[in-house]
Design a protein. Structure first.
Length: 141
């Protein structure tokens, strides 16, 4: 999980986390689902002032849920300013929060299903990394 979080470019890592947690939607509360929608909108238009304001507001709350971590990752990626995040938190690479968010979601999965879900998440991350590499390679030409 950590490898994929740091392997992917930050925006792609945040999208990967969004997709992972989206597969666990039935294990998330309404607030987490709202945060995932906010992250989805931000990934689609990261330069939109409206989305930046929403993500910035979300980062002022301590991350205590899986999607809270993902919103924090978007905020760290967006501005990296410790002044805009919850008191007592310091900005880290977005991958740090991506990793925490996915692992927090994974902890909600039944033990009997956890390995298969973990495997699916890692495979999705590796597929995204391959796709990103191909995209960057095509852009280089």
């Amino acid at each position: 999980m950590t490898f994929c979080a740091y392997l992917l470019p930050e925006r792609a890592a945040i999208w990967w986390a969004h997709e992972c947690l989206g597969h666990l939607a039935d294990l998330l509360d309404e607030t987490d689902r709202e945060l995932l929608a906010l992250v989805r909108d931000w990934v689609g238009e990261p330069d939109s002032p409206r989305h930046q304001v929403a993500v910035s507001a979300a980062t002022r709350t301590p991350p205590t849920t899986p999607a809270g971590w993902i919103a924090l990752a978007a905020g760290w990626r967006d501005n990296g300013s410790a002044a805009t995040i919850a008191p007592g938190l310091h900005a880290f690479p977005a991958a740090h929060a991506v990793n925490a968010g996915i692992l927090a979601g994974l902890a909600r999965v039944a033990l009997t299903d956890r390995l298969s879900v973990l495997t699916a998440f890692v495979e999705m991350g590796l597929e995204m990394a391959e796709s990103e590499a191909q995209h960057q390679s095509a852009d280089a030409y």
